[in-house]
Design a protein around this ligand. Structure first.
Ligand SMILES: CSCCC(=O)/C(O)=C/O
Ligand code: FE2
Ligand code: NI
Length: 246
């Protein structure tokens, strides 16, 4: 089909249904039958996101597993601010579907949860494992907790689906202040490549998480400082330099 005036191929937005219950997908079609899918699973509404707050400065608290909120007044961090820093979030159903306590690896193709399947397919998650961070389930628990709490970046997106338990991911705001995000069962959160962060269990000392990857898993943490690392430079360009703050 062509535009009658310009004679150029006409692009049409059509809605294709893959399976009866599958979500509708927008597909761009031209007369050359070139099909480009532009699907996304919408992120959860703000009210479903995990609670986040500005935390005390390092050195002003004793226990990394405590809430360590500002005092005398808590300073919450809004979902808008988390989004500006590149965080993405989906509320998942962690009650209905069962996962092993530990699976290294765990094949994302085995997902039975349709929302997890959709996110996996939209974002190309092809590898996963499942770990339980708990003193009696993870050999070397104390050393691992210490290592997770070293501030670092990765050269890939960090994707964590919390199947059970809870913990804290800390990230930096644009002024280098720590923001503490309390993730718990049912939370699927992603941190962009190059985003400084650290993780700790909370006082419950238990979290079970699925760690997802696009392609081969990359575990290497690059501890701060990493200002010249290409992933960090890209993050700074996308989320720090180009962001206007109040
Ligand atoms: C909640 S999963 C354990 C922590 C982890 O995998 C990580 O990469 C922290 O940065
Ligand atoms: Fe990490
Ligand atoms: Ni500011």
């Amino acid at each position: 089909m062509t535009n009658p005036t310009t004679k150029e191929p006409l692009e049409q937005i059509v809605v294709v249904e893959k399976e009866p219950e599958a979500k509708k997908q927008k597909t761009t079609m031209t007369t050359e039958t070139k099909i480009k899918e532009v699907t996304t699973t919408p992120e959860s509404p703000d009210e479903e996101w995990p609670e986040a707050w500005y935390m005390l400065k390092d050195g002003d608290y004793d226990d990394q597993k405590a809430e360590n909120r500002m005092s005398p007044e808590n300073k919450p961090c809004s979902v808008g601010e988390l989004k500006k820093l590149g965080i993405a979030y989906w509320k998942m159903d962690a009650e209905t579907y069962n996962y092993p306590v530990k699976a290294i690896p765990w094949d994302p193709k085995d997902a039975a949860d349709p929302k997890l399947m959709a996110i996996r397919d939209d974002r190309g998650y092809s590898y996963a494992d499942i770990i339980s961070v708990k003193p009696d389930l993870l050999p070397g628990y104390d050393e691992k907790i210490k290592a997770f709490f070293e501030e670092h970046i990765h050269d890939a997106e960090e994707i964590r689906y919390i199947i059970d338990g809870s913990g804290y991911f800390d990230i930096r705001d644009t002024h280098n202040n720590w923001i503490r995000i309390h993730i718990k069962k049912g939370d699927l959160m992603t941190l962009p490549e190059g985003c400084y962060h650290r993780f700790t269990c909370d006082t419950t000392d238990f979290i079970q998480a699925m760690r997802l990857f696009i392609g081969a898993p990359v575990w290497t943490p690059f501890n701060r400082p990493q200002e010249q690392h290409p992933s960090r430079m890209e993050y700074v360009t996308n989320y720090i330099d180009n962001v206007t703050t109040a």
